[in-house]
Design a protein around this ligand. Sequence first.
Ligand code: ATP
Ligand code: MG
Length: 419
Amino acid sequence: MIQIPKGCKDMLPSEAYLWQTVEGIARETAKLYGFKEIRTPVFEHTELFSRGVGDTSDIVTKEMYTFLDKGDRSITLRPEGTAGVARAFLSNGLQGGVMPFKAYYLISAFRYERPQAGRLREFHQFGAELYGSAQPEADAEVILLANRFLNSLGVGEAVHLELNSIGCPACRAKYAEALRAYFRPHLDKLCADCKVRFEKNPMRLLDCKEEVCKEISAGAPSILDSLCDDCRAHFEAVKKLLDGKVAYTVNPRIVRGLDYYSRTVFEFTSSALGAQSTVLGGGRYDGLLEQLGAKPTPAVGFAAGLERLLMVMSAVDVPTAEQLPDAYIAGMDAPSRAYALSLAEELRGEGLLVETDLMDRSVKAQFKYAGKLNFPVVVTIGEEELREGAAEVRNMFASTSERVKFGEIAQYIKECLRR
Ligand code: ATP
Ligand code: MG
């Protein structure tokens, strides 16, 4: 038997409603803030990610699914959504359009990682992006959208917002020096990756998941002490806009794994999860669009990991209801079964979820099937019913049964369902 590739998961029909609930709430919430959906290709030119995500990020250095296509082009399965949206914004000339530009996406993303709970090779994200505003109000709007999404999902109490500012390139150059001065005496104890990070991008040291590096970096200086006046004022304004709307903690250790961030960065984490505790991460990335060839365009956004969200939902027992069917039509013999199929079609035209026998089962077996699937109404048709033009309709909620004329069945079922 052929196995599913490592780090992937099937979404089965029995759990489809969970995914649809999460996706539905994502769409509804995005809509409330005026964000519209964008869909971009699953794969892009590799260069988009090496330039856009940044070539010192974990994603680009270790995690990308990259291959040569038959035309010898280097192609990469998208490891995240932001770079593709930025590329689409540029390729489609949307720079000249109305600002701010607001878009959301529901995508699968691919990273070659070591699979574990909450860490897959194919995973799913809900993300939102806002371009064209450097105002703190834009940061606040994106964070409030994320917060409303989590609250509407029912996990608001199980997550917490952590907020930081990583400043502009000038603040970071100053901070990089402070970090190098701090880490230099410990250099030989750091992991191999961090030795490279020390040279190339010392802030990334704070994001290392190795125990030794985590211990050493615990005493590192805070970025907040390196912020310039403008970045400091921006961060203060964002916090003020959020005060009273969403609880947060300032955590100067949050730097985010991607190279394109600037100023505001944030994560919603949950203690209901183990090591992979971040369910949603985002921030401002004012440099990305310019990096990809646009005129300078400030931007802010987030992405939530849907698998991790589903884990939190199940850990805190968020009630989610599977859609119930409406009516089952049982036929006692061949002519009745044929009529059952016609009646089913008619009722579906009325918007009812109707099933009928497709397995040549006995009436008893058909009832058993209807019971297993929790059909609230069961319609039975036999020789006598066909002759009379009326069926036996059983309301399973009320345990009552009635003869109903064929033409009145749709109405009757709707009344049963209303109760
Ligand atoms: P981590 O630190 O856990 O590796 P990250 O910083 O790489 O996360 P982002 O690139 O910010 O994650 O992606 C946003 C969100 O997508 C994460 O907060 C997480 O919920 C989810 N996510 C990222 N990588 C994976 C993965 N391999 N499997 C499942 N979900 C993931
Ligand atoms: Mg990662």
